[in-house]
Design a binder for this molecule. Structure first.
Ligand SMILES: [Mg+2]
Length: 390
């Protein structure tokens, strides 16, 4: 097998309802899609969610990097086995004009390109992408076969908190994440949510970098009464040392999200003793393989890990996340597969939205198991460019 070309699209996917957290409000999601075409004619799809405030990327930087990268040198080799395709994927190192010091300045692009190649390859050999974990030595200790994934729900800001919490309870979710840090009413918000979601739902909070390390005891202690399991990214990602020095005074376990975008970030967090777990997101962390490496790192260090998502992921990343979550053991929480809850019009023919209780089956068809609806793609595309490979 050989790659003939990659085509990239910058798409703007309108959201049904605006989504807000402590650092952003979003009405639409600007994503990058990549289609990988093999010489056999088989095509695979990938997706990345470039966010300037997370990895420093924008859709424009993704296109610029693709144009500046020597794809012929990196991606033109033959591949007929998992080992070969993994080598090709890991050889892909996009050219970066402003070198990102955290080594994550092309993570969304890497994710989009890598997924498109893995999808094409796995289709060609007739197996699901979830099989990859069996052929990737760094992930051997993570291998698992999970037939049903249980997704967590999330409650953002806005009104009708009681209705939202009650809806989540009636829908049978086991896990719920609550966005905090955008005002001074977190105690009353959590009180309402706990009251209406019930005592048994596992609640955790995400502050999206809202607080300074010195503020943490005062911010977190009043929330502990609501049986909170962990706090995600309480401080700005650059304040890891300060967070680590405060950690022993905090009762709540810390999950890092914006602070962990690469293996280097993960190692530094472990060295500093800054956290108890990582929020791994395929696009943020540079793709399927890099995310497996990060999960293995966390596991070896005795930390937890969850599979998170970006609000605004289409069915392509939902599918990739499903494959990952159904083949990796020990994941604390899984987020994603919001498809129909997020979009009026789905980009993929397949609807991967989770069902009652956040339940969704493992995908067993070849490749990622999704196909893009060309009509919807035409409607949402802002830019399209083809890059020849071999
Ligand atoms: Mg987060």
């Amino acid at each position: 097998m050989r790659i003939r070309k990659l085509t990239a699209w910058h798409v703007c996917l309108p959201l049904k309802r605006p989504f807000s957290h402590a650092s952003h409000v979003r009405q639409a999601s600007e994503n990058v899609l990549v289609e990988c075409v093999l010489h056999s004619g088989t095509t695979g799809w990938g997706e990345g969610v470039p966010r300037e405030y997370v990895t420093g990327e924008t859709p424009r930087t993704c296109f610029d990097q693709l144009a500046e990268t020597c794809l012929e040198e990196q991606l033109s080799g033959e591949f007929d086995s998992w080992k070969d395709v993994i080598t090709i994927c890991e050889r892909f190192q996009p050219a970066q004009t402003d070198k990102n010091p955290r080594d994550s300045g092309s993570n969304a692009l890497k994710c989009a390109v890598e997924l498109s190649i893995l999808d094409a390859f796995a289709q060609e050999i007739g197996v699901p992408v979830s099989q990859l974990v069996n052929h990737f030595p760094p992930a051997q200790s993570l291998r698992a076969k999970i037939n049903e994934v249980r997704y967590s729900t999330v409650i953002g800001f806005g009104r009708r908190l009681r209705n939202k919490a009650l809806k989540m309870r009636l829908y049978g979710f086991r896990h719920c994440k609550v966005k905090v840090g955008a005002g001074d009413d977190d105690v009353s918000r959590l009180r309402t949510i706990r009251r209406w979601i019930g005592p048994d739902v596992d609640l955790r909070i995400d502050a999206n970098e809202a607080w300074l390390p010195d503020e943490l005891p005062g911010r977190l202690e009043p929330l502990e009464q609501f049986k909170i399991r962990s706090v995600e990214q309480p401080c700005p990602h650059g304040m890891l040392t300060e967070l680590a020095s405060r950690k022993s005074q905090l009762a709540l376990p810390i999950m890092l999200d914006e602070s962990v975008t690469s293996l280097g970030d993960g190692k530094r967090a472990i060295e500093l003793g800054a956290c108890d777990s990582f929020n791994i997101r395929l696009s943020k962390c540079g793709g399927y393989l890099a995310s497996l490496r990060l999960a293995a790192l966390a596991q070896h260090a005795g930390l937890g890990y969850q599979l998170g998502c970006h609000p605004g992921e289409s069915g392509i990343l939902s599918a990739a996340g499903r494959h990952w979550a159904s083949s990796v053991g020990g994941i604390q929480y899984v987020e994603g597969s919001y498809d129909r809850h997020l979009f009026r019009q789905l980009l993929t023919h397949e609807d991967l939205t989770f069902g009652y209780g956040g339940r969704a089956p493992a995908l067993t068809g070849p490749g990622l198991g999704v196909t893009v609806n060309p009509q919807v793609l035409r409607d949402v595309a802002i830019r399209e460019q083809t890059f020849p490979v071999s």
